[in-house]
Design a protein around this ligand. Structure first.
Ligand code: SF4
Length: 218
């Protein structure tokens, strides 16, 4: 896989798009391009002549009980997706988000084990098209490692490429003057739904979300 070429291509696309669209809404909208690039890296790695063995399959969702961290524009993308749903479905998600956010408040990654509010009863993702990059990039070579150690055995080449891409995107956004600290998913999405004005404040450079208890700064 020539991951460097994929990363350079998408870095230009994302950087150019952010330059052309300075409106606050464009910052969140453009994160979809990052998601596309993340998916492209995974597809390229899986198309290698010697692809890594992954045991992930539909309905397997051990990793969906770990704490999910999302970037602010990813949180806004998910909130917009939920706002577009019919009200009964949206209300169901808001209730699940409230319960998950209450569990997550102040809780470190090592003490976290709670199903994601977007995990369906069948083990699928109910926001698959807009899920955060961390979910898109998480592949495991061993289900038993996911169960026993609560950690995937990841392919080093793909993980490194995803990290380089994420760092490039974060730095590009930071040049626009916005905060890119990761946010716990349920607390972030709930806040974005309850107060739509925070997107404009975030785009103006404010720190609008609670920091993770471990203070992971990017
Ligand atoms: S957003 Fe989707 S893929 Fe990510 S943890 Fe939640 S259910 Fe799983």
């Amino acid at each position: 896989m020539d991951s460097r070429k994929i990363i350079e291509k998408h870095k230009k696309i994302i950087g150019g798009s952010l330059r052309r669209s300075p409106a606050p809404q464009a910052l969140a909208h453009n994160i979809a391009k990052f998601h596309k690039a993340t998916d492209e890296l995974a597809t390229a790695r899986l198309s290698d002549p010697n692809p890594p063995m992954f045991e992930c399959k539909k309905g397997c969702s051990h990793c969906c009980s770990l704490r999910v961290e999302a970037l602010p524009p990813e949180v806004f993308r998910i909130a917009k997706h939920l706002q577009g749903l019919e009200s009964e479905t949206r209300s169901k998600f808001v209730q699940s988000l409230k319960e998950a956010a209450s569990y997550a408040a102040g809780r470190e990654f090592k003490n976290y084990e709670n199903p994601c509010p977007f995990l369906s009863d069948a083990g699928g993702c109910e926001i698959y098209s807009v899920r955060p990059h961390k979910c898109r990039a998480y592949f495991s070579g061993s289900v038993s490692a996911c169960v026993k150690n609560k950690a995937a055995i990841q392919d080093a080449e793909l993980r490194n490429a995803e990290n380089v891409l994420a760092n490039e995107v974060i730095q590009t956004y930071k040049k626009k003057g916005v905060v890119m600290h990761p946010v716990e998913l349920s607390q972030g999405v709930l806040k974005a739904l309850e107060d739509p004005s925070i997107e404009a404040r975030w785009a103006a450079g404010d720190q609008v979300f609670d920091l993770l208890p471990e203070r992971i700064m990017l």
